[in-house]
Design a protein around this ligand. Structure first.
Ligand code: TYD
Length: 216
């Protein structure tokens, strides 16, 4: 499904390095919007569709994943995204929903482009091919110092760190910096929110950014 230009939905993507707290902030925002009787759809990347979840498994948990080359990684993320856009996001936007996406194309720009050193041009072209005309109305980058983010991940009682979480601190510093540079270059789409204080303070800052945009 291709998004028709006349639709009343809003796509808000959340970005940030590991442990930035995107997922819990998305849950808080979804709850707030639902209380206001808004139609809210939340999705996560990679995943969000049956095909996408299978792709996610290959990328994140594949035991031989350490051998995956960056080009393959980029194409797999893009493949999962292409499916998610057409199966879930575009139809939701067409019926007027607010879609909250836990990561979107900027993750590929930053993780594969900057983190894995793939050339910017092909990454941008593949990104654009995957999403078609479904671009975010607003992108919130939750920014936390790398050490804080990594400490949060290690505190999570869950299982062993996955393949992406085993990267070293230099990689995550690059990711953090990459998001900040990207946001600076596109100030009309991006809002950077400091995510290092407590969750309700971060929630308020996010709500300030979202409130005005969904009224537009
Ligand atoms: P996930 O467990 O969802 O991490 P997080 O909670 O931090 O979002 O795993 C997603 C991982 O995949 C994360 O390390 C970022 C990475 N990623 C990319 O490298 N490129 C992409 O395009 C996307 C969507 C994710």
């Amino acid at each position: 499904m291709v998004l028709k230009s006349k639709h009343t939905g809003k796509l808000i993507s959340f970005e940030g390095s590991e442990g930035s707290g995107k997922t819990s902030q998305i849950a808080r925002l979804a709850e707030r919007l639902q209380k206001l009787k808004r139609d809210v759809v939340t999705v996560r990347e990679p995943g969000g569709t049956e095909i996408g979840e299978q792709i996610r498994n290959i990328i994140v948990h594949n035991s031989k994943g350490d051998e995956m080359c960056p080009e393959t990684e980029l194409l797999l993320f893009a493949a999962a995204r292409a499916q998610l856009v057409r199966e879930v996001i575009a139809p939701a936007l067409m019926r007027g929903a607010i879609v909250l996406s836990d990561r979107y194309l900027d993750s590929s720009t930053v993780y594969q482009g900057i983190g894995r050193n793939l050339a910017a041009d092909p990454v941008n072209q593949i990104n654009r091919f995957a999403v078609g005309n479904v671009m975010p109305d607003l992108t919130i980058v939750i920014d936390v110092p790398t050490k804080v983010g990594l400490a949060r991940i290690h505190q999570r009682a869950s299982d062993l760190p996955d393949r992406m979480e085993r990267e070293n601190i230099d990689f995550y510093n690059k990711i953090r910096e990459g998001y900040l540079v990207l946001a600076k270059g596109m100030p009309s789409r991006f809002v950077v929110v400091d995510g290092s204080s407590d969750e309700s303070a971060t929630e308020k800052k996010i709500w300030e950014a979202v409130r005005t945009r969904i009224a537009e």
